[in-house]
Design a protein around this ligand. Structure first.
Ligand SMILES: C[S@@+](CC[C@H](N)C(=O)[O-])C[C@H]1O[C@@H](n2cnc3c(N)ncnc32)[C@H](O)[C@@H]1O
Length: 551
């Protein structure tokens, strides 16, 4: 039985590696080649590029913002928008922008309806809408101007008739925006482009700005009400006309109708108000990590407004009775490690670095060996991914069943690192009671002696991570039979393979606000099944599932 399971797993790892190599090779191709080939990899590759570009942008603009604040020493004002533009330009120079020439008409590969962005600059970075300020983006196709996207910013007299119908105000002639005196709008530039879309029946992307009560502290900004930009999908221009605008001058109005068959965009209030309000998230706690994670992890409860139960938030495993953990011999690489050179960590990983340049895990292995504190390589080494803490805007939220769960406000690409299951590591014998926050593991991968054991093992044979009193965000992750996360055993700061770090990675691309789930059942593991039979509850946390897609 055990050897059959092993064989299946080995096969799936090999298949996974092959798939990963193929997708990686294809990612080197240009998007338009993949599109022409009708490749399903296009979205995976594009989503990866988008996440990478956004991460770079947030890093650069965060640094520029901090520098500017330090320079001003809290006195004087500065324009965040200008800093965003500067960061975007730096990325443009490095050719890291997606759809940089703005030629994509229709959906941008890798971006899905409901994807959220924190600023206008981020829309530029991901190629959704190229002008930093203008509402209508357009390009030239067969010598005709064609609109590619519009932003419904809430600043102008646009009107929502329903969630599917938008009356969009044309551009130009507005005294508040550059021109000194109001004047009639002309059928040129964006206005002409929208008319051409109507004639040629070419759809245009619509992005909606929404006020939220989100708290973005990641860039060192003050908390409070913010705007988000949400991709709403494709619309057809069905009508246009002229009317008198608020300054008494002629303006163009365009009727935009949402293309049928697209997923609905979830927004609470959609009305005629100038700025739509997204579903009101009732934030009950700004940061459940109390400043211990780099990004605040808020708790949202729209069900009964209660706070999550108290526990001690920790960011490192506690090993109370295990003093004999020895540090591994680290690699001697002076530069970044690579699978091609003689990096001892890469050798332990079968001669490869299991992460790609975007920090996405590329292969599923019994154990991944990351570089660690005893390695000579720099902290930025590509083989250190899961030891740097939370990277996505994760939040705890009250689910409909009134239990707490976890979700992300960002897209998480397949293979993205989500978090470690952290708690107190106990020998199984010491764990008198398993609670709903106990994870126990005793896997044949990491404990070969179990292979020969005839009786089903219990948690006492292995180790338990107890997150009841002290733990991190992962203690709130719920079970699903079709999970979007999987657990990968990782070693980097000790070499005891019996108690690896339990690192959770995205098994597939996860859209914003989708609940993050693991398969607790640990199908391959008799230990968990045996425990469930006794306790009639799948409340323990034996996490293992397979990757569906690879980076
Ligand atoms: C690790 S905790 C997850 C966080 C938990 N929901 C909470 O509110 O603290 C595990 C417990 O959550 C509950 N749970 C997890 N997945 C569930 C699911 N799919 N349906 C119902 N309850 C679930 C079970 O009670 C389980 O014992």
């Amino acid at each position: 039985m055990a050897s059959e399971q092993n064989l299946t797993r080995v096969n799936s790892i090999i298949i996974g590696l092959e798939a990963s190599k193929q997708v990686k090779d294809d990612c080197g191709k240009h998007d338009h080649v993949l599109a022409a080939e009708g490749s399903s990899d296009l979205n995976i590759c594009s989503a990866t590029k988008i996440t990478e570009a956004l991460n770079q942008f947030r890093k650069i603009s965060g640094k520029l913002l901090r520098e500017r604040k330090e320079k001003l020493e809290g006195k004087g004002k500065f324009s965040v928008q200008k800093i965003h533009v500067k960061a975007a330009m730096l990325l443009k120079e490095k050719r890291r922008l997606v759809n940089a020439d703005g030629k994509v008409i229709g959906a941008v590969p890798g971006i899905e309806i409901g994807d959220r962005f924190q600023s206008r600059a981020e829309l530029v970075i991901v190629g959704l809408h190229l002008p930093f300020t203008g509402g209508i983006a357009y390009t030239t196709k067969d010598q005709t101007l064609i609109a590619t996207s519009v932003v419904e910013s809430g600043q102008y007299a646009n009107e929502r008739r329903s969630s599917d119908v938008l009356f969009y105000l044309g551009q130009g002639g507005n005294p508040a925006f550059g021109d000194k005196k109001p004047k009639d709008q002309e059928l040129v530039r964006g206005n002409l482009a929208l008319k051409n879309n109507m004639v040629a029946r070419i759809p245009v992307r619509v992005i909606r700005r929404c006020k939220t009560s989100l708290i973005f502290k990641t860039l060192g900004e003050n908390s409070g009400k913010k705007s988000e930009f949400i991709y709403d999908g494709l619309y057809f221009v069905t009508k246009f006309w002229q009317e008198r605008g608020e300054y008494g001058k002629l303006v163009f109005k365009f009727e935009l109708n949402r293309m049928a068959g697209q997923p609905k965009l979830f927004m609470g209030t959609v009305g005629s108000s100038r700025t739509s309000e997204v579903r009101h998230d009732h934030i009950v706690l700004d940061d459940i990590s109390w400043g211990k994670e780099k990004i605040p992890l808020r708790a949202v409860n729209d069900v009964d407004y209660e706070k999550p139960p108290l526990f001690t938030y920790i960011t490192k495993m506690i090993y109370p009775n295990l003093h004999d953990l020895s540090m591994p011999r680290g690699c001697q690489c002076i530069e970044e490690c690579s699978g091609l050179e003689r990096c001892s960590c890469a050798v332990k990983n079968g001669g490869e670095i299991p992460f790609d340049d975007n920090g996405l895990i590329c292969s599923q292995k019994p154990i991944v060996y990351e570089c660690g504190p005893s390695c000579k390589c720099p902290p930025s080494c590509k083989n250190r991914v899961s030891q740097h803490g939370v990277r996505f805007q994760l939040e705890v939220f009250k689910t409909e069943s009134s239990e707490w769960g976890v979700r992300s406000r960002n897209i998480i690409p397949a293979g993205g690192f989500v978090g470690e299951f952290i708690g107190k590591m106990l020998r199984g014998m010491e764990a008198k009671e398993l609670t709903r926050y106990s994870l126990f593991f005793n896997d044949i991968h990491v404990n070969p002696t179990l292979k020969s054991s005839s009786s089903p093992a219990t948690h006492e044979d292995g180790f338990v991570i107890d997150a009841a009193q002290s733990g991190n965000l992962a203690r709130f992750i719920n079970h699903s039979w079709s999970p979007n996360l999987y657990a990968q055993y990782v070693l980097y700061d000790h070499e005891d393979t019996r108690m690896p770090h339990i690192m959770l990675f995205a098994a597939k691309k996860i859209p914003p606000l989708q609940e993050l789930t693991c398969d607790y059942s640990n199908k391959d593991n008799q230990v968990c099944d045996a425990y469930r039979d006794i306790h009639k509850e799948s409340c323990y946390y034996g996490v293992r599932a397979r990757r569906e897609t690879l980076c």
